[in-house]
Design a protein around this ligand. Structure first.
Ligand code: NAP
Length: 449
Protein backbone atom coordinates (compact mmCIF):
# COMPACT_ATOMS: atom_id res chain seq x y z
CA UNK A 1 0.00 0.00 0.00
CA UNK A 2 1.27 3.50 -0.83
CA UNK A 3 1.88 6.40 1.53
CA UNK A 4 -0.79 8.89 2.49
CA UNK A 5 0.56 12.37 3.23
CA UNK A 6 -1.24 15.49 4.49
CA UNK A 7 0.25 18.85 3.49
CA UNK A 8 -0.95 21.72 5.68
CA UNK A 9 -1.04 24.90 3.61
CA UNK A 10 -1.48 25.20 -0.16
CA UNK A 11 0.99 28.01 -0.83
CA UNK A 12 3.98 27.44 -3.09
CA UNK A 13 5.95 25.29 -0.62
CA UNK A 14 2.94 23.02 0.01
CA UNK A 15 2.21 22.67 -3.69
CA UNK A 16 5.86 21.99 -4.51
CA UNK A 17 5.97 19.37 -1.73
CA UNK A 18 2.84 17.67 -3.13
CA UNK A 19 4.37 17.74 -6.60
CA UNK A 20 7.66 16.26 -5.42
CA UNK A 21 5.82 13.49 -3.56
CA UNK A 22 3.79 12.32 -6.56
CA UNK A 23 6.49 12.91 -9.18
CA UNK A 24 8.81 10.12 -8.01
CA UNK A 25 8.51 6.44 -8.90
CA UNK A 26 9.92 4.70 -5.81
CA UNK A 27 6.73 4.61 -3.79
CA UNK A 28 3.09 5.36 -4.56
CA UNK A 29 1.97 8.47 -2.67
CA UNK A 30 -1.39 10.19 -2.34
CA UNK A 31 -1.44 13.73 -0.97
CA UNK A 32 -4.23 15.78 0.56
CA UNK A 33 -3.31 19.47 0.54
CA UNK A 34 -5.32 21.07 3.32
CA UNK A 35 -5.95 24.83 3.55
CA UNK A 36 -7.98 26.78 6.07
CA UNK A 37 -9.47 29.00 3.39
CA UNK A 38 -11.56 27.78 0.43
CA UNK A 39 -8.96 28.63 -2.23
CA UNK A 40 -5.39 27.43 -2.79
CA UNK A 41 -1.97 29.01 -3.40
CA UNK A 42 -1.44 31.09 -0.24
CA UNK A 43 1.05 33.89 -0.75
CA UNK A 44 1.01 33.49 -4.54
CA UNK A 45 -2.62 34.58 -4.40
CA UNK A 46 -2.50 36.83 -1.33
CA UNK A 47 1.09 38.11 -1.22
CA UNK A 48 2.50 38.54 -4.72
CA UNK A 49 1.59 42.02 -5.92
CA UNK A 50 -1.41 41.91 -8.28
CA UNK A 51 0.44 44.01 -10.88
CA UNK A 52 3.34 41.53 -11.01
CA UNK A 53 1.69 39.43 -13.67
CA UNK A 54 4.63 37.20 -14.50
CA UNK A 55 5.24 36.19 -10.86
CA UNK A 56 1.51 35.71 -10.33
CA UNK A 57 1.43 33.41 -13.34
CA UNK A 58 3.17 30.83 -11.10
CA UNK A 59 -0.44 30.12 -10.12
CA UNK A 60 -0.96 28.46 -13.50
CA UNK A 61 2.02 26.19 -12.87
CA UNK A 62 0.80 25.34 -9.37
CA UNK A 63 -2.74 24.78 -10.67
CA UNK A 64 -1.53 21.98 -12.94
CA UNK A 65 -0.40 20.01 -9.87
CA UNK A 66 -4.08 19.34 -9.05
CA UNK A 67 -4.26 17.32 -12.28
CA UNK A 68 -1.62 14.88 -11.09
CA UNK A 69 -2.98 11.52 -9.89
CA UNK A 70 -3.10 11.29 -6.11
CA UNK A 71 -3.22 15.04 -5.33
CA UNK A 72 -6.39 16.48 -3.78
CA UNK A 73 -7.31 19.94 -2.50
CA UNK A 74 -9.05 19.93 0.88
CA UNK A 75 -9.98 23.61 1.32
CA UNK A 76 -11.87 25.40 4.09
CA UNK A 77 -10.48 23.01 6.73
CA UNK A 78 -8.52 24.53 9.58
CA UNK A 79 -6.01 22.27 11.29
CA UNK A 80 -6.17 22.99 15.01
CA UNK A 81 -9.88 23.81 14.78
CA UNK A 82 -11.65 21.37 12.45
CA UNK A 83 -9.14 18.60 13.06
CA UNK A 84 -6.11 18.34 15.34
CA UNK A 85 -2.56 17.45 14.34
CA UNK A 86 -2.78 14.34 16.54
CA UNK A 87 -5.89 13.22 14.70
CA UNK A 88 -4.26 13.76 11.30
CA UNK A 89 -1.77 11.06 12.25
CA UNK A 90 -4.69 8.59 12.40
CA UNK A 91 -5.38 9.19 8.71
CA UNK A 92 -1.95 9.87 7.24
CA UNK A 93 1.52 8.30 7.34
CA UNK A 94 3.10 11.75 7.41
CA UNK A 95 2.16 15.41 7.79
CA UNK A 96 4.08 18.31 6.20
CA UNK A 97 3.51 21.77 7.70
CA UNK A 98 3.75 24.40 4.98
CA UNK A 99 1.44 27.06 6.38
CA UNK A 100 3.91 29.92 5.89
CA UNK A 101 4.46 33.10 7.86
CA UNK A 102 1.47 35.35 7.48
CA UNK A 103 1.73 37.67 10.49
CA UNK A 104 3.45 41.04 10.75
CA UNK A 105 6.46 41.99 12.84
CA UNK A 106 6.17 44.93 15.17
CA UNK A 107 8.65 47.75 15.74
CA UNK A 108 8.03 48.37 19.45
CA UNK A 109 7.78 52.14 18.90
CA UNK A 110 5.63 54.65 20.74
CA UNK A 111 2.62 55.52 18.60
CA UNK A 112 2.73 52.28 16.65
CA UNK A 113 -0.92 51.55 17.50
CA UNK A 114 -2.29 54.93 16.37
CA UNK A 115 -5.02 54.83 13.72
CA UNK A 116 -3.41 55.02 10.30
CA UNK A 117 -0.42 52.92 11.38
CA UNK A 118 -0.76 49.56 9.66
CA UNK A 119 1.24 46.46 8.84
CA UNK A 120 2.25 45.85 5.23
CA UNK A 121 1.04 42.26 5.66
CA UNK A 122 -2.47 43.63 6.33
CA UNK A 123 -2.37 46.19 3.50
CA UNK A 124 -1.19 43.52 1.06
CA UNK A 125 -3.88 41.09 2.27
CA UNK A 126 -6.47 43.83 1.72
CA UNK A 127 -5.47 44.76 -1.83
CA UNK A 128 -5.10 41.10 -2.78
CA UNK A 129 -8.62 40.35 -1.47
CA UNK A 130 -7.88 38.00 1.44
CA UNK A 131 -11.12 37.01 3.18
CA UNK A 132 -9.71 37.93 6.62
CA UNK A 133 -8.48 41.40 5.57
CA UNK A 134 -9.76 44.38 7.52
CA UNK A 135 -11.68 46.19 4.78
CA UNK A 136 -13.11 48.86 7.04
CA UNK A 137 -9.69 50.06 8.20
CA UNK A 138 -8.26 50.44 4.72
CA UNK A 139 -11.39 51.97 3.25
CA UNK A 140 -11.07 54.56 6.02
CA UNK A 141 -7.33 55.29 6.14
CA UNK A 142 -6.38 55.14 2.44
CA UNK A 143 -8.82 57.75 1.05
CA UNK A 144 -8.20 60.11 3.99
CA UNK A 145 -4.39 60.03 3.75
CA UNK A 146 -2.18 62.50 1.89
CA UNK A 147 1.32 61.45 2.88
CA UNK A 148 2.51 57.91 3.61
CA UNK A 149 5.61 56.52 5.26
CA UNK A 150 6.69 52.98 4.42
CA UNK A 151 9.17 51.55 6.93
CA UNK A 152 11.61 49.02 5.49
CA UNK A 153 13.43 48.62 2.17
CA UNK A 154 12.63 45.04 1.16
CA UNK A 155 10.58 43.89 -1.81
CA UNK A 156 7.33 44.07 0.15
CA UNK A 157 8.04 47.74 0.91
CA UNK A 158 8.61 48.29 -2.81
CA UNK A 159 5.31 46.53 -3.60
CA UNK A 160 3.21 48.62 -1.25
CA UNK A 161 4.96 51.83 -2.30
CA UNK A 162 4.25 51.08 -5.94
CA UNK A 163 0.60 50.22 -5.31
CA UNK A 164 0.10 53.42 -3.29
CA UNK A 165 1.88 55.55 -5.93
CA UNK A 166 0.27 54.05 -9.03
CA UNK A 167 -2.88 55.40 -10.59
CA UNK A 168 -5.95 53.18 -10.80
CA UNK A 169 -5.42 53.12 -14.56
CA UNK A 170 -2.01 51.55 -14.03
CA UNK A 171 -3.58 48.85 -11.85
CA UNK A 172 -6.70 48.41 -13.94
CA UNK A 173 -5.87 45.06 -15.51
CA UNK A 174 -5.09 43.37 -12.18
CA UNK A 175 -7.37 40.96 -10.33
CA UNK A 176 -7.83 43.25 -7.32
CA UNK A 177 -11.38 43.27 -5.98
CA UNK A 178 -13.52 46.15 -7.26
CA UNK A 179 -13.68 47.80 -3.81
CA UNK A 180 -9.87 48.06 -3.82
CA UNK A 181 -9.93 49.97 -7.12
CA UNK A 182 -12.69 52.18 -5.73
CA UNK A 183 -10.74 52.92 -2.54
CA UNK A 184 -7.41 53.54 -4.30
CA UNK A 185 -9.29 55.75 -6.77
CA UNK A 186 -10.33 57.97 -3.83
CA UNK A 187 -6.75 58.23 -2.51
CA UNK A 188 -5.24 61.72 -2.15
CA UNK A 189 -1.76 60.43 -1.32
CA UNK A 190 0.79 62.68 -3.01
CA UNK A 191 3.95 61.62 -1.16
CA UNK A 192 5.27 58.23 -0.16
CA UNK A 193 8.43 58.25 1.99
CA UNK A 194 10.33 54.96 2.15
CA UNK A 195 12.66 54.60 5.15
CA UNK A 196 15.71 52.33 5.20
CA UNK A 197 17.40 52.23 8.59
CA UNK A 198 20.73 51.31 6.97
CA UNK A 199 22.31 52.40 3.68
CA UNK A 200 21.39 51.77 0.06
CA UNK A 201 23.92 48.92 -0.15
CA UNK A 202 22.14 47.04 2.66
CA UNK A 203 18.63 47.35 1.17
CA UNK A 204 17.06 43.93 0.53
CA UNK A 205 14.95 44.85 -2.50
CA UNK A 206 15.98 43.46 -5.88
CA UNK A 207 16.87 45.59 -8.89
CA UNK A 208 13.98 44.68 -11.19
CA UNK A 209 11.47 45.55 -8.45
CA UNK A 210 13.34 48.72 -7.46
CA UNK A 211 13.57 49.95 -11.04
CA UNK A 212 9.77 49.91 -11.41
CA UNK A 213 9.49 52.70 -8.85
CA UNK A 214 11.19 55.02 -11.31
CA UNK A 215 8.81 54.15 -14.14
CA UNK A 216 5.44 55.19 -12.76
CA UNK A 217 3.07 57.34 -14.78
CA UNK A 218 2.21 59.91 -12.12
CA UNK A 219 5.02 59.63 -9.56
CA UNK A 220 8.53 61.09 -9.52
CA UNK A 221 11.24 59.36 -7.55
CA UNK A 222 13.43 61.51 -5.33
CA UNK A 223 16.61 60.55 -3.53
CA UNK A 224 19.32 62.63 -1.95
CA UNK A 225 22.73 61.90 -3.53
CA UNK A 226 24.24 62.26 -0.04
CA UNK A 227 22.46 59.05 0.99
CA UNK A 228 24.29 57.20 -1.79
CA UNK A 229 27.80 57.97 -0.59
CA UNK A 230 29.47 54.74 0.49
CA UNK A 231 31.31 54.18 3.75
CA UNK A 232 34.05 51.48 3.63
CA UNK A 233 31.69 48.71 4.84
CA UNK A 234 29.12 49.52 2.15
CA UNK A 235 31.79 49.93 -0.55
CA UNK A 236 33.09 46.43 0.24
CA UNK A 237 29.54 45.06 0.10
CA UNK A 238 28.83 46.70 -3.26
CA UNK A 239 32.10 45.34 -4.64
CA UNK A 240 31.09 41.78 -3.76
CA UNK A 241 27.32 41.82 -4.25
CA UNK A 242 25.98 42.25 -7.79
CA UNK A 243 22.43 43.04 -6.68
CA UNK A 244 23.65 45.78 -4.31
CA UNK A 245 25.83 47.21 -7.11
CA UNK A 246 22.96 47.23 -9.62
CA UNK A 247 20.58 48.77 -7.07
CA UNK A 248 23.07 51.52 -6.41
CA UNK A 249 23.49 52.21 -10.11
CA UNK A 250 19.71 52.63 -10.49
CA UNK A 251 19.50 54.95 -7.49
CA UNK A 252 22.50 57.01 -8.62
CA UNK A 253 20.78 57.62 -11.92
CA UNK A 254 17.64 58.70 -10.08
CA UNK A 255 19.59 61.09 -7.87
CA UNK A 256 20.67 63.01 -10.98
CA UNK A 257 17.16 63.23 -12.48
CA UNK A 258 15.38 66.53 -12.39
CA UNK A 259 11.90 66.05 -10.86
CA UNK A 260 9.33 65.68 -13.64
CA UNK A 261 6.63 67.71 -11.89
CA UNK A 262 4.38 64.68 -11.53
CA UNK A 263 1.56 64.95 -9.00
CA UNK A 264 2.95 62.20 -6.76
CA UNK A 265 6.41 61.70 -5.33
CA UNK A 266 8.28 58.72 -3.89
CA UNK A 267 11.06 59.80 -1.50
CA UNK A 268 13.73 57.21 -0.74
CA UNK A 269 15.47 57.86 2.60
CA UNK A 270 18.46 55.88 3.85
CA UNK A 271 20.20 55.96 7.23
CA UNK A 272 16.71 56.79 8.49
CA UNK A 273 15.43 54.95 11.53
CA UNK A 274 11.90 55.65 12.80
CA UNK A 275 11.93 56.36 16.52
CA UNK A 276 8.36 57.47 17.26
CA UNK A 277 4.97 57.86 15.60
CA UNK A 278 3.21 61.04 16.67
CA UNK A 279 -0.49 61.81 16.30
CA UNK A 280 -3.88 62.53 17.81
CA UNK A 281 -6.93 60.68 16.51
CA UNK A 282 -4.55 59.20 13.93
CA UNK A 283 -0.88 59.23 13.10
CA UNK A 284 0.38 62.60 11.79
CA UNK A 285 4.16 62.44 11.82
CA UNK A 286 7.07 60.05 12.12
CA UNK A 287 10.18 61.10 14.01
CA UNK A 288 13.19 59.74 12.18
CA UNK A 289 16.71 59.46 13.54
CA UNK A 290 19.66 59.70 11.21
CA UNK A 291 21.92 56.64 11.56
CA UNK A 292 25.44 55.66 10.63
CA UNK A 293 26.81 52.18 10.11
CA UNK A 294 29.24 50.43 12.42
CA UNK A 295 32.01 48.09 11.26
CA UNK A 296 29.49 45.23 11.02
CA UNK A 297 27.14 47.21 8.80
CA UNK A 298 24.57 47.69 11.59
CA UNK A 299 22.75 51.00 12.10
CA UNK A 300 23.60 53.19 15.10
CA UNK A 301 21.63 56.31 15.95
CA UNK A 302 23.42 59.66 15.69
CA UNK A 303 20.95 61.52 17.88
CA UNK A 304 20.11 63.78 14.95
CA UNK A 305 16.35 63.63 14.25
CA UNK A 306 13.89 65.07 11.76
CA UNK A 307 10.14 64.80 11.21
CA UNK A 308 8.29 63.36 8.23
CA UNK A 309 4.58 64.17 7.89
CA UNK A 310 2.56 60.99 7.54
CA UNK A 311 -1.11 60.20 8.02
CA UNK A 312 -0.53 56.63 6.83
CA UNK A 313 2.39 54.58 8.14
CA UNK A 314 3.02 51.14 6.73
CA UNK A 315 5.54 49.01 8.57
CA UNK A 316 7.09 46.60 6.12
CA UNK A 317 9.71 45.00 8.30
CA UNK A 318 9.14 41.34 7.51
CA UNK A 319 6.63 38.56 8.01
CA UNK A 320 6.39 36.35 11.11
CA UNK A 321 5.41 32.69 11.45
CA UNK A 322 3.11 31.42 14.18
CA UNK A 323 3.10 28.24 16.22
CA UNK A 324 0.55 25.52 15.61
CA UNK A 325 -0.74 23.71 18.67
CA UNK A 326 1.21 20.50 19.43
CA UNK A 327 3.99 21.33 16.94
CA UNK A 328 7.47 22.24 18.31
CA UNK A 329 8.21 25.90 17.63
CA UNK A 330 11.40 27.95 17.81
CA UNK A 331 10.05 31.25 19.07
CA UNK A 332 13.39 33.02 18.68
CA UNK A 333 13.22 32.52 14.91
CA UNK A 334 9.44 32.05 14.56
CA UNK A 335 9.82 28.78 12.66
CA UNK A 336 8.85 25.18 13.37
CA UNK A 337 11.86 23.54 15.02
CA UNK A 338 13.34 21.36 12.30
CA UNK A 339 16.41 19.80 10.81
CA UNK A 340 16.37 19.98 6.99
CA UNK A 341 12.57 19.73 7.19
CA UNK A 342 12.23 16.99 9.82
CA UNK A 343 10.29 18.43 12.78
CA UNK A 344 12.45 18.13 15.91
CA UNK A 345 11.39 17.91 19.55
CA UNK A 346 14.19 18.08 22.15
CA UNK A 347 16.73 17.28 19.46
CA UNK A 348 14.89 14.18 18.24
CA UNK A 349 12.90 13.94 14.99
CA UNK A 350 9.14 13.67 15.54
CA UNK A 351 8.09 10.59 13.55
CA UNK A 352 5.92 11.45 10.55
CA UNK A 353 6.16 15.26 10.91
CA UNK A 354 7.89 17.54 8.42
CA UNK A 355 7.91 21.18 7.38
CA UNK A 356 8.78 23.27 4.32
CA UNK A 357 8.68 26.88 3.15
CA UNK A 358 8.66 30.03 5.27
CA UNK A 359 7.49 28.22 8.43
CA UNK A 360 10.55 25.97 8.06
CA UNK A 361 13.26 28.52 7.26
CA UNK A 362 11.75 32.00 7.86
CA UNK A 363 10.30 34.60 5.47
CA UNK A 364 12.97 34.94 2.83
CA UNK A 365 13.72 34.07 -0.75
CA UNK A 366 11.72 34.13 -3.95
CA UNK A 367 8.93 31.70 -4.82
CA UNK A 368 11.33 29.31 -6.53
CA UNK A 369 13.33 29.03 -3.29
CA UNK A 370 10.38 27.11 -1.88
CA UNK A 371 10.73 24.42 -4.53
CA UNK A 372 14.24 23.52 -3.44
CA UNK A 373 13.15 23.74 0.19
CA UNK A 374 10.14 21.44 -0.38
CA UNK A 375 12.24 18.92 -2.30
CA UNK A 376 14.72 18.76 0.59
CA UNK A 377 11.87 18.00 2.99
CA UNK A 378 10.26 15.41 0.73
CA UNK A 379 13.63 13.70 0.29
CA UNK A 380 13.84 13.31 4.09
CA UNK A 381 10.28 12.00 4.24
CA UNK A 382 10.84 9.41 1.52
CA UNK A 383 14.14 8.33 3.11
CA UNK A 384 12.34 7.85 6.43
CA UNK A 385 9.61 5.84 4.69
CA UNK A 386 12.29 3.69 3.10
CA UNK A 387 14.06 3.26 6.45
CA UNK A 388 10.77 2.31 8.14
CA UNK A 389 10.88 5.16 10.67
CA UNK A 390 7.47 6.63 9.89
CA UNK A 391 4.90 5.87 12.58
CA UNK A 392 2.95 2.66 12.02
CA UNK A 393 -0.26 4.11 10.57
CA UNK A 394 -3.57 2.29 10.49
CA UNK A 395 -3.79 3.19 6.76
CA UNK A 396 -7.37 4.37 6.59
CA UNK A 397 -8.58 5.25 3.12
CA UNK A 398 -9.20 8.74 1.78
CA UNK A 399 -12.91 7.89 2.11
CA UNK A 400 -12.54 7.51 5.87
CA UNK A 401 -10.80 10.89 6.10
CA UNK A 402 -13.57 12.46 4.01
CA UNK A 403 -16.13 10.91 6.37
CA UNK A 404 -14.29 12.42 9.35
CA UNK A 405 -14.71 15.85 7.72
CA UNK A 406 -18.37 15.34 6.86
CA UNK A 407 -19.35 18.10 9.32
CA UNK A 408 -17.07 20.63 7.55
CA UNK A 409 -17.97 22.34 4.26
CA UNK A 410 -14.91 21.12 2.39
CA UNK A 411 -13.94 22.72 -0.92
CA UNK A 412 -12.32 20.01 -3.03
CA UNK A 413 -10.41 20.32 -6.31
CA UNK A 414 -13.66 20.40 -8.33
CA UNK A 415 -14.95 23.15 -6.03
CA UNK A 416 -11.77 25.18 -6.54
CA UNK A 417 -12.14 24.78 -10.31
CA UNK A 418 -15.63 26.27 -10.07
CA UNK A 419 -14.34 29.20 -7.98
CA UNK A 420 -11.59 29.71 -10.55
CA UNK A 421 -14.18 29.80 -13.36
CA UNK A 422 -16.39 32.19 -11.37
CA UNK A 423 -13.44 34.58 -10.81
CA UNK A 424 -12.59 34.55 -14.50
CA UNK A 425 -16.23 35.20 -15.38
CA UNK A 426 -16.41 38.05 -12.86
CA UNK A 427 -13.23 39.57 -14.31
CA UNK A 428 -14.58 39.30 -17.86
CA UNK A 429 -17.53 41.54 -16.93
CA UNK A 430 -14.98 44.35 -16.40
CA UNK A 431 -12.66 43.39 -19.27
CA UNK A 432 -10.12 41.77 -16.93
CA UNK A 433 -8.69 38.25 -16.92
CA UNK A 434 -9.93 37.67 -13.40
CA UNK A 435 -11.35 39.41 -10.36
CA UNK A 436 -10.67 37.96 -6.94
CA UNK A 437 -13.75 36.89 -5.01
CA UNK A 438 -13.18 37.83 -1.39
CA UNK A 439 -15.90 36.72 0.98
CA UNK A 440 -15.89 33.14 2.21
CA UNK A 441 -19.67 32.73 1.70
CA UNK A 442 -19.31 33.87 -1.93
CA UNK A 443 -16.35 31.54 -2.47
CA UNK A 444 -18.36 28.65 -1.01
CA UNK A 445 -21.39 29.48 -3.16
CA UNK A 446 -19.16 29.56 -6.24
CA UNK A 447 -17.67 26.18 -5.24
CA UNK A 448 -21.16 24.71 -4.89
CA UNK A 449 -22.51 26.24 -8.12
P1 NAP B 1 12.89 41.76 3.95
O1 NAP B 1 13.51 41.67 2.61
O2 NAP B 1 13.49 40.98 5.05
O3 NAP B 1 12.86 43.32 4.32
C1 NAP B 1 12.57 43.78 5.61
C2 NAP B 1 13.01 45.22 5.72
O4 NAP B 1 12.60 45.70 6.99
C3 NAP B 1 14.54 45.42 5.65
O5 NAP B 1 14.80 46.60 4.96
C4 NAP B 1 14.91 45.58 7.13
O6 NAP B 1 16.06 46.35 7.32
C5 NAP B 1 13.71 46.34 7.61
N1 NAP B 1 13.57 46.28 9.06
C6 NAP B 1 13.48 45.17 9.84
N2 NAP B 1 13.33 45.53 11.14
C7 NAP B 1 13.32 46.89 11.16
C8 NAP B 1 13.20 47.86 12.17
N3 NAP B 1 13.04 47.49 13.45
N4 NAP B 1 13.22 49.16 11.83
C9 NAP B 1 13.36 49.55 10.56
N5 NAP B 1 13.49 48.68 9.54
C10 NAP B 1 13.46 47.36 9.83
O7 NAP B 1 11.36 41.31 3.97
P2 NAP B 1 10.11 41.59 3.02
O8 NAP B 1 10.25 42.85 2.24
O9 NAP B 1 8.94 41.43 3.93
O10 NAP B 1 10.14 40.36 2.01
C11 NAP B 1 10.05 39.00 2.47
C12 NAP B 1 10.60 38.07 1.38
O11 NAP B 1 9.70 38.03 0.27
C13 NAP B 1 11.94 38.53 0.84
O12 NAP B 1 12.75 37.43 0.58
C14 NAP B 1 11.54 39.22 -0.45
O13 NAP B 1 12.57 39.31 -1.42
C15 NAP B 1 10.39 38.34 -0.92
N6 NAP B 1 9.53 39.12 -1.84
C16 NAP B 1 9.87 39.06 -3.15
C17 NAP B 1 9.12 39.81 -4.06
C18 NAP B 1 9.52 39.77 -5.52
O14 NAP B 1 10.37 38.98 -5.89
N7 NAP B 1 8.97 40.62 -6.35
C19 NAP B 1 8.07 40.61 -3.64
C20 NAP B 1 7.76 40.64 -2.28
C21 NAP B 1 8.51 39.88 -1.38
P3 NAP B 1 17.43 45.66 7.83
O15 NAP B 1 17.99 44.99 6.61
O16 NAP B 1 18.22 46.78 8.33
O17 NAP B 1 17.05 44.65 8.89
Amino acid sequence: MGLRVAVIGSGPSGMYAADALVSQDDVEVSVDVIDKIPVPFGLVRYGVAPDHFSIRSVRDTLDKIWDKPGVRFIGNVEVGKDISVAELHEYFDAVIFTYGAARDRRLGLDGEDLAGSVAATDLVAWYCGHPDADRATFEDVVPSATSAVVIGVGNVAVDVTRVLAKTVDELNSTDMPQYVFDTLGRSHITDVHVLGRRGPAQATFTTKELRELGELAEADILIDAKDLELDPVSAALVASDKVAARNLEVMREWSTRAPGGKPRRIHLHFFARPVELIGDDRVRQVTVERTELDANGQANGTGQTYAVDADLVVRSVGYRGEALEQVPFDSSRNVITNDEGRVMRDGVAVPGEYTAGWIKRGPSGIIGTNKKCAVQTVTCLLADAQAGTLPAAPHPSSGEFDARLSNVRVVDTAGWRKIDAAERALGATAGRDRTTIVQVDQLLSAADA
